[in-house]
Write a protein that binds this ligand. Sequence first.
Ligand SMILES: Nc1ncnc2c1ncn2[C@@H]1O[C@H](COP(=O)(O)OP(=O)(O)OP(=O)(O)O)[C@@H](O)[C@H]1O
Ligand SMILES: [Mg+2]
Length: 309
Amino acid sequence: MLANIEANPEKYEAYETSAVLKNGTRVWISWTNKALFGEDGRFTEILTVGTDVTEKKQVELEKQMMRQQLLHSQKMEAIGRLAGGIAHDFNNLLTTMRGFCDLALLEMQLDDTLRRYIEEIRKASVKASDLTRQLLVFSRKQPMELRSVNLNTEIENLLKMLERLIGEDVTMEVELDSNLWMIRADPGGLSQIIMNLAVNSRDEMTDGGTIITRTSNVEFGDKCQPGAPERKELRYVCLEFSDDGPGIDPGIVDKIFDPFFTTKGAEEGTGLGLLVVYGIVKEHGGWIDVESEAGKGTTFFIYFPARKT
Ligand SMILES: Nc1ncnc2c1ncn2[C@@H]1O[C@H](COP(=O)(O)OP(=O)(O)OP(=O)(O)O)[C@@H](O)[C@H]1O
Ligand SMILES: [Mg+2]
């Protein structure tokens, strides 16, 4: 170290280190060093001053996190606008394609091979329509119709359909807080959120498993918290959606909300499900968190602002 300083004094003039105190708190120290040289020009001693810059560092880290989040939401917004424009025109074209397929299929003297080809074209255009519909939901031009809603009731109304959707091998459990606060929400949007999450869980749990849907009231002590700069209110209703599937690989967990990010084959996934969920949650003034552990399962936490009474 001393030899290094002697060789390269400027490099060691100022640097920062972090350390963990006995009580577990992390502190940041900014060091300023001055190498002192004797008359013979040889390095004799070093003057060191350490300043505790923990608070400054924390503010910096928070700022950095908020910048990242802002960038992320701007990206999402731009994609949404673009996708909305394209999806609308596409849907019209696809309707035309399907219409002409139907007309062609009405022709009596069509030979079997040709009929099969046209049916395939028709099937593909129906699939493409489903895809554009997802895009349209994400980029919804009109604002959602938010009204006073009890999340428990919405979940209960969806249960039958969900059970059919996820199949027999996956068990659906609910734990609903009976004193749940009301929220302002669009019931169609809520069912889309829950359906997309349920389909994802089902896709991962090929050998069966359990999905648990929980609701609870959450009251925060203050309005600002690093990691959730979206949080503007104190009272939120939390929708927790967890499965005991294989979990999400830590290396990709940052990407799961990205448009077209999928680990499924081209036939099975388009990578839009969670993007749509993200968009709807945003429109409700909420946010979404995910926790996942390999082999244990995945939990999504969605926070909706509670309705003010
Ligand atoms: N419950 C889950 N367990 C494990 N991995 C998940 C879970 N939910 C999502 N993922 C991962 O996140 C990826 C993105 O999910 P998303 O719903 O956005 O797209 P997709 O399901 O692949 O396609 P789409 O929903 O458009 O049909 C999935 O491909 C999967 O790798
Ligand atoms: Mg999906």
